[in-house]
Write a protein that binds this ligand. Structure first.
Ligand code: SF4
Length: 419
């Protein structure tokens, strides 16, 4: 399923088992060198491995020449309709050129670009978009858009191979999440070139992130996709990068910076968790270490499901508890919870371990135990989930016993039908 071939965009490997690369696109006019560089730096700081810049005019190529030299990450030139600009972008030193062979002016012009890219050793991204498929596939598109997208991509791949050009990745883009999933799955079964994934015009930060998480997440979980871009209607390219990282971190495909986990809250919540979680998330942005930080809305369940977190807090009415690796560290007044949590994180990261003051830890553990005991009968979401898990475990155990019974004696299982 995963692509076997590997290409290099600047110093970034794509495909062939390399980590899934995060890319985004600048939203500035590329010709505006200063603004574009500011955005590239912001995207790189947020974790972008690659940046793509639109190059629709001559003046953009001029700026691109400088941008390529100054950019902290490899630059991909995004070209449509004009193969001369593609040639110029290659001459300008772009680390990769993205083009759609279907709208660049025919196979002869694609051949010209491929020849120059071959000479320079520069990879291309060949893209297919729903809505701009070649004419001969329009009837198929109306009937089966997924087949049509894949057919177009395969035809472009065959064209590149006829041109003796194999240094490329492929993208199929659609505004439809199901079509994106189905077409990329099908394409991955047909070709072994690296695949770039994205949902075209996904939408706002909220809806676009969700669509991308569903579409790209499904493919990535299957092992399909070597580089991703989250397309959001925002002028901040770094926002797209942050979403891309959350998807990769959620799938445990890559690690970068902290992971924040928080309970969903319920009627037992005893403090303003919305504000606290937002504040913790904001402060965590400056950390690069892959620490896991948990926020629990109440102490009724103890540390419970957050016991694997590196650090955490659990709040109550007037005070809360700081914990680390499932063990209480100390209780602190509610208003100081966040500051104390970060003081603990900073100190621990600095000395490389969690320092435990035994008397404060014991005081915290007693406080927690008291709250747990007082609320022992409460059916919290966590306790219900634990009961559900226990029930499922017992059922699975019983099913195994019955299966083993049947394997040992084929007639044993019939006792249920006889009864
Ligand atoms: S019971 Fe669970 S979900 Fe409700 S506030 Fe407490 S930790 Fe959060």
């Amino acid at each position: 399923m995963a692509s076997k071939r590997q290409i290099w965009v600047g110093g970034v490997p794509i495909g062939g088992g390399a980590p899934v690369a995060v890319q985004t696109m600048t939203k500035t006019e590329t010709a505006d060198y200063e603004a574009t560089m500011r955005q590239i730096r912001a995207a790189a700081d947020a974790g972008a491995d690659l940046i793509r810049c639109a190059v629709p005019r001559e003046k953009d190529v001029d700026a691109l020449r400088r941008i390529v030299k100054e950019s902290p990450i490899p630059v991909i030139a995004d070209i449509h309709f004009n193969h001369t600009l593609a040639l110029k972008a290659l001459d300008a030193g772009a680390h990769c050129v993205r083009l759609n062979p279907g709208n660049i002016g025919g196979p002869a012009k694609v051949a010209e670009v491929a020849e120059k890219a071959n000479k320079l050793g520069t990879p291309l991204r060949i893209g297919v978009n729903s809505g701009s498929l070649p004419k001969h596939l329009h009837a198929l598109e109306a009937d089966n858009p997924v087949e049509a997208l894949v057919q177009a991509a395969v035809e472009f791949v065959e064209l590149m191979e006829r041109l003796d050009f194999e240094n490329f990745k492929v993208s199929i883009k659609s505004t439809s999440v199901p079509n994106t999933i189905a077409s990329n799955r099908l394409l991955a079964s047909k070709i072994d070139y690296p695949l770039h994934l994205g949902i075209t015009e996904a939408g706002t930060k909220w809806s676009g992130s969700l669509k991308s998480a569903v579409g790209l997440g499904t493919l990535l979980a299957d092992g399909v996709g070597d580089t991703i871009r989250i397309s959001l209607s925002t002028f901040q390219a770094e926002e797209e990068v942050k979403v891309a990282w959350e998807i990769l971190k959620a799938l445990k495909l890559r690690e970068r910076g902290p992971v924040l986990i928080a309970c969903p809250t319920c009627g037992r919540l005893q403090f303003d968790m919305d504000t606290v979680v937002a504040e913790i998330e904001r402060r965590l942005e400056r950390y690069e270490q892959p620490i896991e930080v948990a926020v629990l809305g109440c102490a009724v369940n103890g540390i419970g499901e957050a016991s694997h977190a590196d650090f955490g807090i659990t709040g109550a009415k007037n005070e809360g508890l700081i914990f680390a690796h499932g063990k209480p560290l100390r209780k602190v007044p509610q208003a100081q919870l966040v500051d104390e949590l970060f003081a603990e994180i900073d100190k621990s990261l600095q000395i490389g371990r969690v320092e435990v003051d035994q008397s404060k830890a014991a005081e915290g553990a007693n406080w927690l135990q008291k709250i747990e005991d007082e609320n022992a009968d409460e059916m919290t979401p966590e306790r219900l989930a634990a009961l559900g898990a226990e029930h499922a475990r017992k059922e699975a155990e019983e099913a195994t016993v019955i299966r083993l019974d049947e394997e040992v004696s084929p007639t044993a299982g019939r006792r249920f039908t006889r009864a």
